[in-house]
Write a protein that binds this ligand. Structure first.
Ligand SMILES: [Zn+2]
Length: 131
């Protein structure tokens, strides 16, 4: 359980499928970047994190529960994850990248997801145009 984020989680797949359908080009799991963003858009200098609500402790979210046993352990773990996320975002911003975090619970509402993605990324490049 040392790894916070696993690859190819369902929320991430949902977002990738939608991005693809919308015509955006992207790369996955940028290991060289702070926090290893899940999805990056190299030409746009933008990055998206897809966070699980439980592990990354989505504030105010029903999924971000605190287990009833070993409460201190979990609280500390969540605090660390949240701090790590904030640090990664700050480092990416310092590199001149825009960062957006998509939460697991948001991926269930396609319209909402779509408007957030398009709002963040701007106009998509048409597939018929050279990139
Ligand atoms: Zn959530």
């Amino acid at each position: 359980m040392s790894r916070v984020r696993s690859k190819d989680t369902t929320p991430e797949m949902t977002i990738r499928r939608l991005l693809h359908r919308l015509g955006y080009r992207f790369r996955l799991h940028a290991r060289s970047l702070p926090g290893k963003p899940d999805i990056i858009f190299a030409g746009r200098r933008k990055a998206i994190f897809v966070h699980g609500c439980f592990w990354h402790h989505h504030q105010g979210c029903a999924k971000a529960t605190l287990p009833k046993t070993r409460t201190d352990f979990w609280q500390e773990k969540f605090d660390k994850n949240v701090q790590r996320d904030q640090r990664a975002e700050a480092e990416l911003s310092a590199q001149g990248r825009e960062v957006m975090t998509m939460w697991q619970c948001e991926t269930k509402r396609t319209d909402h997801l779509k408007s957030r993605l398009v709002g963040f990324l701007g106009d998509r490049v048409s597939k018929s145009e050279p990139v």
